[in-house]
Structures are given as structure tokens and as C-alpha cells.
Design a binder for this molecule. Structure first.
Ligand SMILES: NC(=O)c1ccc[n+]([C@@H]2O[C@H](COP(=O)([O-])OP(=O)(O)OC[C@H]3O[C@@H](n4cnc5c(N)ncnc54)[C@H](O)[C@@H]3O)[C@@H](O)[C@H]2O)c1
Length: 304
């Protein structure tokens, strides 16, 4: 089945570079009008003179697509509202927001500063909330006015948020928080015909360029090409995914993984039938886990 985004309007935050740029191109190629949001900051969130959103818009237009640039930060409440407003003003409607913007400030927890933590949370978690909130307000007002929606919230989590990763306390907290936000958005926005899902991409971008990541191309396929996750985002943005909500999809090269959240994998009941006591848990917890805790892989060097 050919997936078309003709007539649909999408916002891609952080759409000027890396994975977001690829999303913007793919959505436009499939017919969507795209608001390319990007203030053009550095990888740590520092200001630059760059305007990558303009470049992506020019590329989309040169290829025959429709796009507008926006330079607002997702991290600020009013600024995020302007992103949503500009999309609606420019193209007359809104169908999908792809919350992709991100920065990185990797530090061991003992070296991580309050400022680093706040900055990472502000862009990833608060930024995802800000844009989602304003988009959801828009969709609710459409529904209240008697209109119909087929809305999409497509968030970006990561392996660090799903599994943890050394040096990424703030980033992992934000990315795990984004999953929680996705689940609640899915539950609450179902009544307005809006779905919410999260993707967990892997790609060689400037964000991972500093990490010891080996980029290998096997049999002509580049597992770390930033465009690899964009087909999944195009599918999620399309009418074809209407039934799918509250999910986390991980894209590793050309493999799509369906992720599952926290589930009970064992249980121990109190020996006497009453409240659990610390005394019985000395043996009880050992029995629950076997000889040592499972599921903690401290050897992971790149959770991305
Ligand atoms: N690259 C990977 O392997 C990987 C893995 C897991 C998750 N991710 C996530 O994918 C997303 C894209 O990452 P990337 O690798 O393409 O990084 P990137 O640095 O190439 O691109 C991120 C873009 O976000 C923009 N941005 C930063 N702060 C912003 C703000 N406040 N408002 C709006 N835009 C802002 C930047 O200007 C930049 O253009 C991020 O959310 C990242 O956490 C990436």
C-alpha cells in the first residue's frame, strides 16, 4: 500500500540537521507540508549563527515540496506555541508533530552540573511537552468546533532512556520521561482522534560523532544513515497508522523493533501472608532474582 501524506501538515522540531532533517525531507517527499523548526544551536545547545532550517526548506522546495522555516526553541513555552501557530497559519491545519529536537551534555553523574541537567531536560522533556501541549490544545479546539482530526504526536526517545547508559543521567531521564509523556498523551488524546507514539532511532549524526561509534557500511546498507528512521516516521504520520498508539518503536538500521515497557518478570509473596518484612527479603529477593540481579548491563558503552 502506497503511503501518501498529501494534504497533511507536519511539524518537525530540530528539523535542520541529522535525523530531523531526514524526517522533514521524507515527510515532504510523501506530500506533506512541513514546518522545519530549528534555532540552529550547537550540539550542547549553545547559540550559533547557523540557520539549518532555511537550508532544509530550500532543499525541500527545490525538490518540489512545500515547507516553511521556524527558528523558535522548543524549550520555551511561548516559543513552542509559536511553532504550532506558524504551522497552522502557514498551511491551514496541523496533522503531525515530530518532536525530535535534542542536545547532549554527557557527564558522569558526579560531574554533571545542575545547569547541564536543566538544559537537557528543557530541550528534550519540557520541549517535547511544550510542543505536544500546544498541538493538543489545537486539536481539542478543532474537535470542539465540530471538526475532525487525524492527529499524530511522534516523540523521540532513545536506548539510554529505555535501558540507561553511562554518562547520560540527564539525557536518559529526559528520554524515559518522554516515554511516560507519550503513554499519557496516547491515553488522553484518543478521544480527539490523535495518536501518540515514540521512536528510538540510531544514527551517525554530530550528536554521536564524539562517541566512539564505528560507522560501517555492510553490503551497501549504512546501518547508521540518519534517514533510516524516517520511513517509520512517515508511516506514523500517515493515515495508515491511525490504529497504533502508545507504542515505542526502535529502529536499528533496517530493522523495526516493537518495544515493551516495564513488565513484572517474577514475584515473591510474603511468607506469612501479611506485610513483607526486611528479614524474609534476605532470602526472598535472592530467590526472586536468582544468584544476582538480572537486566543490568554495565558493559553497555552506547545506549543511544
Ligand atoms: N543520533 C542517534 O543515534 C540518536 C539515538 C537516539 C536518539 N536520538 C535522538 O534523535 C533526535 C535527533 O538527534 P540527532 O542525532 O539528529 O542530533 P543533531 O544534533 O544532528 O540534531 C538535533 C537538532 O536539534 C536542534 N535543536 C537543539 N535544541 C533545540 C531546541 N531547543 N529547539 C529546537 N531545535 C533544537 C539542533 O539545532 C539540531 O539541528 C534527538 O532527540 C536525539 O536525542 C538520536
Amino acid at each position: 500500500m502506497a503511503v501518501s501524506l498529501e494534504g497533511r501538515v507536519a511539524v518537525v522540531t530540530g528539523g535542520g540537521r541529522g535525523i530531523g532533517r531526514a524526517h522533514a525531507h521524507e515527510l515532504a517527499r510523501r506530500g506533506a507540508c512541513v514546518l522545519v523548526n530549528d534555532p540552529g544551536v550547537g550540539v550542547r545547545g549553545e547559540g550559533t549563527e547557523e540557520r539549518p532550517a532555511d537550508e532544509v526548506v530550500a532543499e525541500i522546495e527545490a525538490a518540489g515540496g512545500r515547507a516553511v522555516a521556524n527558528y523558535d526553541t522548543v524549550a520555551d513555552w511561548d516559543s513552542a506555541r509559536r511553532i504550532v501557530e506558524q504551522a497552522v497559519e502557514s498551511f491551514g491545519r496541523l496533522d503531525a508533530v515530530v518532536n525530535n529536537a535534542g542536545i547532549l551534555r554527557d557527564r558522569m553523574i558526579t560531574s554533571l552540573t545542575e545547569e547541564d541537567f536543566d538544559a537537557v531536560i528543557a530541550v528534550h522533556l519540557k520541549g517535547t511537552f511544550n510542543v505536544t501541549k500546544h498541538a493538543c490544545d489545537h486539536w481539542r479546539s478543532v474537535a470542539k468546533a465540530g471538526g475532525t482530526n487525524d492527529g499524530r504526536v511522534i516523540n523521540t526517545t532513545s536506548g539510554a532512556g529505555l535501558r540507561g547508559n553511562i554518562g547520560q543521567a540527564a539525557y536518559a531521564a529526559a528520554k524515559a520521561g518522554i516515554v511516560g509523556l507519550t503513554l499519557v498523551t496516547a491515553l488522553e488524546m484518543r478521544r480527539y482522534d490523535v495518536t501518540a507514539n515514540a521512536v528510538s532511532p540510531i544514527a551517525f549524526t554530530r550528536m554521536v560523532a564524539t562517541a566512539a561509534v564505528e560507522r560501517t557500511v555492510q553490503e551497501g546498507f549504512d546501518r547508521l544513515d540518519p534517514a533510516n528512521p524516517s520511513g517509520v516516521v512517515a508511516y506514523l504520520a500517515s493515515p495508515a497508522s491511525k490504529w497504533l498508539t502508545g507504542q515505542v518503536l526502535r529502529i536499528d538500521g533496517n530493522v523495526l523493533q516493537r518495544m515493551q515497557g516495564w513488565t513484572a518478570v517474577g514475584a515473591y509473596s510474603s511468607r506469612e501472608g501479611g506485610r513483607l518484612t526486611a528479614d524474609e527479603l534476605v532470602d526472598g529477593v535472592a530467590a526472586l532474582f536468582g544468584t544476582m540481579p538480572v537486566g543490568v548491563d554495565v558493559s553497555t558503552s552506547m545506549g543511544n
